[in-house]
Design a protein around this ligand. Structure first.
Ligand code: PLP
Length: 387
């Protein structure tokens, strides 16, 4: 098919030209005297993106999933109790990993489309007077449902209960695209990956840990090998890595950080909010509903429900095969019920209008009775008047 495939999935996201070109270079000696000039400033600059001055950033040649494991195995002891709400598929996968690693996982079931209930959490933590819960795991932006959870609210719940548990946050589809303030929000471990807000290919787990988490890691007894924070600390101190670094990815990350700082993080967050709002207005104009309940809608991904007698997989398939656009699928219990529009990373009004127009055609082709042009009209009116 002529023209390009348009990527509107919530990761991998579109990679900007400057990032692509920065990665196109000959391989380098990762033990050379100049390598630290690349790595050290990246690790420092990442702190700004995570909103931490007192914490430390880490890069593992892996994906976000490995980041979950880094947090669990470096900071906890075997069999420790961890608390987590199953708010969607990514929370579910973190739960499954924690179980496989032998932790005592206290799971609370939540209807998909809602965030973590901070009042419930506060009550539960107050009950835990023996402080058996060693960590609270929270998915900040649940990519499967398009829900953003109130992380400061979780911090408040921990503080109100005067509970010492570590707070680990999955920010894979949030960091570098929606507001995150690790120090102010009292987060101990934040997990991200290269292929979402950082606009890179998949391949780097990008993480930040607080002083409290790093202190815990000094005595924590869970076995860890490749994913050891201490090995990273020892090598990073001099600007090196414990094993071969993916230098093209690091050059790409440098270019991505430069773009983020050039736009300004606050502007990046505002852009994501504005783009997301246009999509929400389009969905409302179609007369469709989104999976997220009011008040927790994500600014990086929108999960849109199709009418009950329709199959969202057909919409996604038409969009791809006939119009060459990639939409996100419904995951697990949402399969066939939702399709997702990713509006994260390198995105602007007109590119997103392409997604909205393509979705309209795919909806109409599948007999979903929307008014042609209604979503596009709602979005253009919003974008035009807020630009
Ligand atoms: C994409 C994603 C992950 C998984 O990341 P991988 O890089 O695929 O391992 C984890 N959590 C959330 C919220 C995500 O969106």
């Amino acid at each position: 098919m002529a023209g390009r495939n348009h990527l509107f999935i919530p990761g991998p996201t579109n990679t900007p030209h400057s990032v692509l070109s920065a990665m196109h270079l000959p391989m380098e000696d990762h033990r050379s005297p100049i390598f630290p000039k690349l790595l050290k400033p990246i690790l420092e600059d990442l702190k700004k993106v995570f909103g931490t001055e007192t914490g430390q950033c880490f890069i593992f040649p892996a994906t976000g999933t490995a980041g979950w494991e880094v947090a669990l195995t470096n900071c906890l002891n075997p069999g420790d109790k961890v608390l987590i709400y199953r708010i969607g598929q990514f929370a579910h996968l973190w739960i499954e990993m924690a179980k496989k690693l032998g932790f005592d996982v206290e799971v609370h079931e939540i209807e998909w489309g809602k965030g973590i209930p901070v009042d419930h959490l506060e009550a539960r933590l107050k009950q835990d007077t023996q402080h058996e819960i060693k960590a609270v795991l929270a998915t900040y932006n649940e990519t499967s449902t398009g829900v953003t959870t109130d992380i400061p609210g979780i911090r408040n719940a921990l503080d109100a209960a005067n509970h010492p548990a570590l707070l680990f946050v999955d920010g894979v589809s949030a960091i570098a695209s929606i507001k995150f303030d690790m120090d102010a929000w009292g987060v101990d471990g934040t997990i991200s990956g290269s292929q979402k807000g950082f606009m890179l290919p998949a391949g780097l787990a990008i993480l930040a840990f607080s002083a409290k988490a790093l202190k815990a890691s000094e005595t924590a007894k869970c076995p860890r090998g490749f994913l050891s924070l201490q090995d990273q600390i020892n090598s990073n101190k001099d600007g090196y890595t414990p094993y071969t670094a993916s230098s093209p990815m690091l050059h790409g990350l440098r270019a991505s950080l430069d773009l983020l700082f050039e736009e300004g993080l606050e502007n990046v967050y505002a852009r994501h909010h504005r783009l997301a709002e246009g999509v929400r207005r389009a969905v409302a104009a179609w007369g469709l509903k989104i999976c997220a309940v009011p008040g927790v809608e994500s600014d990086t991904v929108t999960a849109i429900l199709v009418p009950e007698d329709k199959d969202a997989r057909e919409v996604i398939s038409t969009a791809y095969n006939k119009y060459n656009i990639s939409l996100g699928a419904g995951l697990a219990q949402l399969s066939g019920k939702v399709f997702r529009i990713g509006h994260i990373g390198d995105m602007n009004d007109v590119s997103l209008l392409g997604a909205i127009a393509g979705v309209e055609m795919a909806l109409l082709d599948n007999g979903i009775a929307i008014q042609p042009g209604s979503g596009v009209a709602a979005a253009i009116e919003y974008y035009r008047t807020t630009a």
